[in-house]
Design a protein around this ligand. Structure first.
Ligand SMILES: Nc1ncnc2c1ncn2[C@@H]1O[C@H](COP(=O)(O)OP(=O)(O)OP(=O)(O)O)[C@@H](O)[C@H]1O
Length: 576
């Protein structure tokens, strides 16, 4: 019971924002029409039920004109039913796509707000496969929610309408106990209720394992898909290392989990179908068996038998809604869990960012970048680097070096403000633009022009500027391909990608430029030429570079060494 309450509270929390958001009028209007059409549908079924009585009576009495007349009425009802069905599906899909658009925008905004997506990934598995949640789960949530909502609405209204009809058609059920006559009024309604209640209870008992199995199935499918994508993206590295067999084994292992869980699903589904299929078949005949004694005793005519049987079927069908919808309910529940998990993880990550012990300040003494009393930690809480009193002036270039694994890259992440673990004060000059270039630059899919200007608006730079920058960083051969759309990261060599990223820095003219082995794929003369270019074109930019080559020292004003004393965190010291 408690879990149903939690589920409904979750659904309320997931759904209500749309009907209160900026698209609420269109959403509410569409919902109102769809709901009205659902009522209209129930109305048509009530009319058809009454028609049953007249139609079968005409057959029993061999009254051909009445039979023809009833056929005409049937045609009118059917036309009405067709119109209702067509518009209900059409408008419902319209509502679905509007709602999905709104929810997708909301999720994308939350996920890509600041560096939430990156922090969530750092935290590990709290919200696995965000791509699946945003693409697949939102779609399925909206579609299932509308299906179930309309289903329940239909069940309740049908139940109310047909229970009244059935109550009217049903006589009292009389029997004797110890000489007293007992009469149960509206016994057919009670019989339908009892039949459905037993069915619902048994379905829940047999089918409840499906909820967890469905949840796991979606997760295993997504894990498998993500691993396939990883192999595609790292095809070259895998081919160079002949890693295909290992990849195949890993993919088959992932797929094995999909299959294993699917067997569980199949078995649970089979067990449930044993019951639901039998129950469904018996449902067709059960009402006639219940009403038959009255017919054979001559108390009712064929028309009333058919109408009663149909009304009984509707009442019992409404009660059995839960049985028919069990599979959808099980899937819906796991989708709700995943979306709620995602929202929770986003909210938690953003709250953590707000309450982070890193403070981002503004320097007051003309320094471009400073770190005071700062500890950079790992996710497990251990301190990796401890620094204090580091200042970099505008136009100054500092080389950060030290043994591998001491924490240079992590310190750069902390300087750029994306590393969430630690404490201290990282300050930049008021309004300063900070750009960080990693060893492997990101080149988005799209035009070369867009990739070069990324993430700034294209309009900020003229074609001449873009071409000039490409020529300056040694990529003049690409200057004529600005409008070409391609997977640029696959087309360029590692060194070319690094040149390209330096080109971006020249265009953006940041106040603080952080280079984390950003020229490591280039030969020494090319690296030297690029550093000269950076210093010449960005004379006021404060630069912090991480690099291992001693040849880099000449392009920096000073060098800081990051070294770790036994057991303690790594610390910075000026190189001799
Ligand atoms: N997300 C993370 N979770 C846990 N540990 C991490 C994470 N990122 C980095 N580390 C650990 O922090 C340490 C420092 O890593 P970092 O990449 O900063 O070193 P580095 O000095 O830049 O090394 P290199 O010179 O080899 O590039 C390593 O031991 C690494 O395993």
């Amino acid at each position: 019971m408690r879990s149903i309450k939690t589920l409904l509270a979750d659904v309320w929390r997931l759904s209500i924002p749309y009907f209160r958001g900026e698209d609420r009028w269109a959403g509410l209007l569409l919902l109102a029409i769809v709901v009205s059409l659902e009522f209209a549908w129930v109305g048509v079924t009530v009319l058809l039920n009454k028609w049953n009585n007249a139609f079968y009576d005409a057959i029993q009495q061999k009254d051909f004109p009445a039979f023809q007349h009833q056929l005409l009425i049937f045609c009118i009802y059917v036309v009405g039913a067709i119109v209702v069905a067509v518009y209900q599906i059409y408008l419902r899909q319209w509502l679905e796509i509007r709602w999905r658009t709104w929810m997708t925008e909301k999720y994308l905004s939350a996920w890509l707000k600041g560096d939430t997506h990156y922090r969530m990934r750092l935290k590990g598995d709290t919200a696995d496969n965000p791509d699946q949640r945003i693409a697949e789960d939102i779609r399925s949530y909206i579609s299932s929610t509308i299906t179930l909502f309309l289903g329940i609405l239909n069940a309740v209204t049908s139940l109310a309408s047909f229970a009244i009809i059935l109550w009217g058609l049903s006589g009292d059920f009389r029997f004797h106990v110890a000489g007293h006559e007992i009469a149960i009024p509206g016994y057919l309604v009670w019989a339908a209720f009892a039949y459905a209640a037993v069915g619902t209870w048994l379905t829940h008992l047999i089918g409840r394992v499906l909820i967890k199995l469905n949840y796991d199935q979606q997760k295993f499918e997504a894990d498998y898909r993500v691993d396939l994508v990883r192999v595609r993206e790292n095809g070259e590295e895998i081919a160079l290392m002949d890693g295909e067999n290992v990849e195949k084994a890993r993919l088959l292992d992932r797929f094995g989990r999909v299959v294993h869980n699917y067997w569980g699903l199949m078995i649970a589904q089979k067990r449930l179908t044993w019951f639901t299929a039998g129950y469904g078949q018996i449902s067709d005949i059960f009402p006639i068996i219940v009403v038959a004694p009255a017919y054979f005793s001559g108390a009712i005519q064929l028309g009333q038998l058919m109408q009663t049987a149909s009304a009984f079927g509707r009442v019992q069908g409404s009660f059995s809604f839960f049985i028919n919808a069990y599979q959808t309910l099980a899937e819906w529940r796991s989708v709700v869990d995943r979306l709620v998990g995602f929202e929770r993880s986003v909210a938690l990550t953003q709250a953590e960012a707000l309450s982070s012990d890193y403070r981002r300040g503004e320097t007051r003494d003309g320094t471009a970048l400073s770190l005071d009393d700062t500890e950079v930690r790992l996710p497990d809480g251990s301190t990796l680097v401890s620094v204090d009193g580091v200042k970099v002036r505008p136009g100054e270039a500092v080389l950060l070096s030290g043994p591998s694994g001491t924490g240079k890259s992590t310190l750069i992440r902390a300087m750029s403000g994306i590393w969430p673990y630690g404490r201290g004060m990282v300050s930049v000059a008021p309004g300063a633009k900070v750009l960080s270039l990693p060893q492997k630059p990101y080149l988005p899919v799209g035009s070369l022009r867009g990739a070069l200007a990324y993430p700034e608006p294209l309009a900020d730079h003229t074609d001449d500027q873009l071409r000039q920058v490409l020529a300056d960083v040694g990529l003049g051969a690409f200057a004529g391909r600005l409008d070409e759309t391609a997977l640029w990261s696959n087309l360029m060599s590692g060194g070319e990608r690094q040149r390209f990223a330096i080109g971006r820095a020249l265009l953006m003219k940041p106040d603080v430029l952080l280079l984390d082995e950003a020229t490591s794929a280039l030969d020494e003369p090319a690296e030297a030429a690029l550093y000269r270019l950076i210093r010449e074109r960005l004379p006021h930019t404060a630069i912090v570079s991480v690099g291992h080559r001693t040849s880099l020292i000449g392009f920096h004003d000073r060098q800081l060494l990051l070294t770790r004393a036994a057991g303690g965190p790594a610390q910075l010291a000026a190189a001799e």
